[in-house]
Write a protein that binds this ligand. Structure first.
Ligand SMILES: O=C(O)CCC(=O)C(=O)O
Ligand SMILES: [Fe+2]
Length: 236
């Protein structure tokens, strides 16, 4: 498979760190080729209708099992996803573990996702391949309990944004996974402000308005706590 950025492991990843952000965001533009992007989109839209779950602001497909505190009953990932989960795991994104879970999110222009943290069900790393459109990911400080006299709004907790282009790979780890929240505004175009920290790595410029198309993201993670089906059936 053509690898336009030639990255082989965590050390190589270091040059993709977004320095203006708290630790740690890696942003790798053109992680996949246009042909791979088309192929992945084809596979996503080939899934049978019941595979989709409609939420208020987006649709999603869940692959690999349903993460839950008791342990995820694992399902084998399809080959078209395995190719990418293996490639990202080989970079060392999940320490020595391999990704075993993929969430496919589809956002129409105007759709987004509320600020949230991905939480403790996953190894504290999230990796995302973007298909079909750019988006802008916004980051927020967590609510600080010791400062309760001052009301903390979404606006006061906002820290910065990242322009995430189609075909890119984004990796969030450390505090950016564990503490800070991430979200996507439900807008149909993004005005690139001075708070967008990675404009130099793209063709986009400050002040540009980028209309969104439909974006499909592959959110690839490792769920450490799994249960095997035969254990559930009481077999050894
Ligand atoms: O679509 C994205 O890039 C973000 C998805 C996300 O935050 C999630 O699924 O937890
Ligand atoms: Fe998330």
């Amino acid at each position: 498979m053509a690898n336009p950025c030639n990255i082989a492991n965590v050390t190589d990843l270091e040059k993709f760190i977004v320095k203006e952000a708290p630790p740690t965001i890696y942003y790798i533009p053109n992680f996949i080729t246009e042909t791979e992007e088309e192929y992945l989109l084809q596979q996503v839209y080939r899934a049978p209708k019941p595979k989709w779950t409609q939420l208020s602001g987006r649709r999603l497909q869940n692959w690999g099992g349903l993460p839950n505190p008791k342990g995820m009953l694992t399902e084998k990932l399809p080959d078209w996803l395995l190719k990418y989960t293996e490639k990202i795991s080989a970079l060392g994104a999940f320490a020595r573990k391999a990704a075993n879970h993929v969430l496919v999110n589809e956002y129409k222009p105007g759709e987004g996702i509320m600020p949230h943290v991905d939480g403790p069900l996953y190894h504290p790393t999230v990796t995302t391949i973007s298909l079909g459109s750019h988006t802008v990911l916004d980051f927020y400080k967590p609510v600080c309990e010791t400062q309760s006299e001052v009301p903390q709004t979404e606006k006061s907790r906002y820290i910065l944004s990242l322009l995430v282009q189609q075909k890119s790979l984004l990796i969030l780890q450390d505090d950016m996974y564990k503490c800070y929240l991430h979200g996507i505004q439900g807008v149909s175009e993004d005005i690139l402000s001075e708070h967008v920290v990675n404009l130099s790595s793209t063709d986009a410029h400050l002040g540009n308005a980028l209309p969104r198309s439909t974006r499909v993201s592959l959110t690839i993670r490792h769920v450490p706590k799994v249960v095997r089906a035969n254990l559930l059936l009481g077999k050894k």
